[in-house]
Ligand binder design. Structure first.
Ligand code: ADP
Length: 527
């Protein structure tokens, strides 16, 4: 058997005291040179052949069995036993013994340090040395712990400063963005039809992109600093999820993706902030589109079970390596294979999504069978109390939508029918049949939502939207484009002009109701 030495081999063999290593039954497994000299045996004669009891006189042997062995078993060490040892010639000599039991793999092993009692001074020197070494080790450990604490404090402070910096940065970046937006809007109004029009459009697209990045940054720093507030109200998820899918239809179409919906029948009610929850679904769908090669299949499921609503977004895209699944929701986490597909992301979308979901008392997880094998993101949210009663859910759904809506359409019949339907839903409605009439109505009526047809006689709906946005009352208004054109370029044009939503005719009235309800419920909250 090979026995590891307590110190280096040389130290062991040449120690001034006698050192022995024994099995718990006392069989000698290793002996230092001094031990051999004092006991009068060669290594070969001692190791494996002689037991400690052979070296102890009767009294000492008894003491070893009844006293030392049990203590070794319980405490692992015995110190300063004063006994006699017998050498080969059976001569006795008094010694001081320290025994330390150590676990070597499966087996306990005893280390014996033996000092001649006559050499008490050497023994005490060794003992002092050992105590100092132990104290030094303790002190080193205390220093290391202190250093670790300092490092922790420094890291927390740095982390806090980083969060504060991000909050300030995003706030400060927003300030110059606002006048840039206004200046660009003015320039666009003046020069949109000139040769500079394309230049302005590119400028506009980039400015929107920058604004979105800054908004994300601001929101995520709000979450990390615990400053995000939810505007909670009963939210019906199937409509919300459908609306998000519709919002991203153009993106999906542009990439040639198929977006398949599998939405639970009936109302799925949660108590939440509809705008934030839409943000969650939009973010997951955008990522699915972004990280799936063109022509992919993306599925959006909504179901409810065991008091929880589950929204699942699955794609057959580039997938996520197993080792990355654990930290994909951390801020600024972007995976290598995805980096070149990031399309300008900051790696904060998922951090934001997790923050929002957790603020709602829910949870989110990512699954993937690995690189190239697609990904699934599952969000679970607690159902609200109303969810158990379909009737109650229906009642919330049918509750009046108290919102001021301006309907602008040159087709008088279409405008009138829509206005009647919206009035039945509880809205306060004004109708205009031209852009000029709409602009004239704005100051007095101050609508919260304007539903604009694009093909108007005096000015197209895009231009009208731009003008409305420049007015003080138009800044926060929800602008919905209602057009017969559902191509991607039409949607893009609508969003570029300042529309919040783009609905194709014939208008899905339930979807329109949901959009209006969002405005209504955030207003209720403000009150
Ligand atoms: P961003 O998209 O701006 O990089 P996110 O926080 O939204 O930031 O996503 C973080 C990272 O997670 C992405 O950079 C990408 O590596 C990975 N990721 C997110 N969604 C998917 C997905 N559906 N498939 C594969 N990887 C994804």
């Amino acid at each position: 058997m090979s026995i590891p030495l307590p110190a280096g081999e040389v130290l062991f063999d040449h120690a001034a005291c006698a050192l022995l290593v024994t099995a718990p039954d006392g069989v000698i497994l290793r002996a230092s040179n001094t031990a051999c000299t004092w006991l009068g045996y060669d290594h070969e004669e001692l190791v494996g052949k002689i037991r400690m009891r052979d070296l102890l006189p009767v009294g000492a042997r008894l003491f070893y069995h009844t006293h030392c062995q049990p203590i070794l078993q319980v405490q692992g060490s015995v110190a300063e036993i004063q006994v006699d040892l017998r050498n080969r010639r059976q001569e006795r000599f008094p010694v001081l013994i320290n025994i330390m039991r150590r676990q070597e793999g499966e087996q306990p092993i005893d280390h014996w340090a033996i000092f001649k009692a006559s050499d008490r001074q050497a023994y005490e020197r060794e003992l002092l040395h050992a105590r100092k070494a132990a104290e030094a080790a303790l002190e080193a450990r205390r220093d290391a712990e202190e250093a670790l604490k300092r490092l922790n404090a420094q890291l927390s402070a740095a982390d806090r400063r980083k969060d504060e910096f991000l909050a300030t940065l995003s706030h400060e970046l927003r300030n110059p963005l606002a006048p840039m937006r206004s200046a660009l809007d003015v320039l666009t109004l003046k020069f949109a039809r000139s040769a500079d029009g394309r230049l302005l459009q590119a400028f506009d697209r980039q400015l929107r992109h920058l604004t979105r990045l800054v908004d994300d940054l601001m929101e995520v720093s709000r979450i990390t600093q615990g400053r995000m507030q939810l505007r909670r109200a009963p939210v019906e998820l199937s409509t919300l999820v459908r609306a998000a899918a519709q919002d991203l239809a153009a993106t999906m179409e542009a990439a040639g993706h198929t977006l398949r919906l599998d939405i639970a029948h009936g109302a799925v009610m949660v108590d939440g902030d509809a705008t934030r929850l839409s943000q969650v679904v939009l973010n997951l769908l955008t990522n699915a589109a972004k990280y799936t090669p063109n022509g992919g299949l993306i599925e959006l499921h909504l179901a409810s079970e065991d008091g929880m609503a589950e929204i699942r977004v699955c794609d057959d895209g580039i997938g996520i390596p197993l080792e990355a699944l654990g930290n994909i929701f951390d801020m600024f986490s972007q995976l290598e294979p995805a980096l070149d597909r990031a399309k300008g992301g900051l790696g904060i979308g998922l951090a934001l999504v997790r923050g929002i979901v957790e603020l709602h008392g829910g949870s989110i997880r990512a699954d993937s069978a690995g690189t190239g094998k697609g990904s699934t993101f599952s969000v679970r949210l607690p159902l609200s109390a109303q969810a158990s009663s379909p009737a109650a859910a229906a009642a919330v759904d049918a509750s009046p939508v108290r919102v001021r809506v301006l309907v602008v359409d040159d087709n008088e019949d279409a405008a009138q029918i829509l206005a009647m339907a919206l009035e039945c839903a509880g809205c306060d409605i004004r109708v205009a049949h031209s852009a000029g009439a709409a602009l004239a109505l704005l100051p007095a009526f101050a609508p919260e939502v304007a539903l604009l047809d694009i093909g108007l006689p005096d000015m197209n709906g895009y231009e009208l939207a731009r003008r409305v946005r420049l007015l003080p009352e138009g800044e926060r208004m929800m602008l919905i484009a209602a057009t017969g054109w559902g191509q991607q370029k039409d949607r893009e044009r609508a969003f570029d002009a300042g529309f919040d939503h783009h609905l194709t005719k014939p208008i899905d009235f339930e979807l329109l109701r949901t959009l209006l309800q969002r405005v209504g419920s955030s207003k209720d909250f403000d009150r």
